[in-house]
Design a protein around this ligand. Structure first.
Ligand SMILES: C[S@@+](CC[C@H](N)C(=O)[O-])C[C@H]1O[C@@H](n2cnc3c(N)ncnc32)[C@H](O)[C@@H]1O
Length: 353
């Protein structure tokens, strides 16, 4: 019966069961349960195939990532976090059947799958771009842009001086930790996303996207951070689709950051967004891309986004491109994972530092 199930979807589910996001054992059980259910006419897994048909542009990886987020959003709405201890497929099977037996929950879950993109936002991910900006601009005023800003944590957090967490820094001279301890001269910021980060519905979805089960005890500290960044006055937010907007101000920024947005786009859209991001840069400016990506060996102006995210450590990386690199991508940092608490030098680290 598994034969009737989309093999690409099954293979992504299996990958997530073996290499769960964040190494979280609750997520390993969640995805193992979906693997067991796949191809057995279970509505929760057949709906995934129909979502893929309706959203042909969504990558399998993104869709599989979305399933847990949609489940978590349903539970957050009901303020029910009891699932965070489910470590076996039997418990998950009961939980998922319960979700599907409630018509309202089921409708909401399926609507999220059909319409949403993951919008996980992690302030710590901005430590790498901050370090690079601090290195190049030092105390000179710097204008930063954040494309696909999600909760708009990055620039607002930097402006209000929110500290980054301590990093297990394996780079020569522990340069990342040294640079994030420096104060940059933040002149202005421009943050763009297709969703308004301060809309309560968007905020609920972002929260559902931003925590692995084992991270749920940290929700309160993230809520405190969200209220602190409301003090920001120098970051302009534009709600726009980056692939079509005519409102992007040309030659206006020193540093343009694309953190975890390109993986959500197909190759054509990635290339078009990179061209648009380039136009935002002032002369001598740099573009920083962070993602689960690797340099394309044939064309160094491209990145590949197809790696297994969680199977291999240090596959979340920070790349720099610009006139300084002759517009090829240089890989500067490799992070332990997308939570950015440990870092080592990337392949091209020494070309900058
Ligand atoms: C995974 S989040 C990344 C958030 C943040 N940059 C970080 O690294 O923590 C990706 C964000 O890209 C946004 N996005 C995706 N496609 C977009 C588009 N075409 N135009 C504007 N924003 C887009 C999504 O709405 C989402 O908020």
């Amino acid at each position: 019966m598994k034969d009737s199930f989309d093999p690409n979807l099954l293979s992504e589910l299996v990958d997530s069961a073996h290499n769960p996001p964040g190494g979280d054992p609750v997520l390993a059980a969640f995805y193992s349960c979906l693997v067991e259910m796949a191809g057995n006419d279970e509505p929760i897994t057949t709906v995934l195939m129909s979502v893929k048909k309706k959203r042909p542009d969504i990558t399998y990886k993104h869709l599989v990532n979305l399933i847990y987020r949609a489940f978590q959003a349903v539970k957050f709405k009901k303020k029910d976090l009891s699932y965070q201890i489910l470590l076996d497929t039997t418990g998950w099977r009961k939980e998922l059947k319960k979700l599907y037996s409630d018509q309202k929950d089921r409708t909401y879950f399926e609507k999220l799958l059909r319409t949403k993109s993951t919008t996980t936002t992690i302030y710590q991910r901005y430590a790498g771009p901050y370090a690079i900006a601090a290195y190049f601009w030092d105390s000179k005023p710097v204008l930063l842009a954040d494309l696909g800003c999600g909760g708009n944590y990055g620039l607002r957090g930097i402006e209000v001086g929110a500290p980054f967490k301590h990093i297990d820094d394996q780079t020569p001279g522990k340069i990342v930790q040294k640079l994030i301890d420096k104060k940059i001269n933040f002149k202005e910021g421009l943050a763009i996303d297709k969703e308004n980060p301060d809309d309560p519905k968007v905020s609920l979805w972002r929260m559902a996207c931003s925590f692995y089960p084992q991270e749920l005890p940290t929700i309160d500290s993230v809520m405190k951070f969200e209220s602190k960044i409301q003090q920001s006055t120098k970051v302009k937010f534009i709600q726009a689709d980056l692939l079509s907007s005519q409102r992007l101000p040309a030659n206006s920024c020193d540093v343009v950051i694309l953190s975890m947005i390109l993986y959500q786009l197909n190759l054509g859209q990635q290339l078009s967004l990179i061209v648009r991001a380039k136009r935002l840069l002032k002369k001598g400016g740099i573009m920083i891309v962070q993602d689960f990506a690797a340099k394309n060996l044939v064309n160094p102006q491209h990145l590949d986004f197809n790696d297994s995210w969680f199977g291999q450590q240090f596959s979340f990386r920070t790349f720099v491109t610009g006139s300084k690199t002759n517009w090829v991508f240089w890989e500067i940092f490799q992070w332990g994972n997308g939570r950015c608490l440990s870092v080592r030098a990337g392949e091209d680290f020494a070309r900058i530092f």
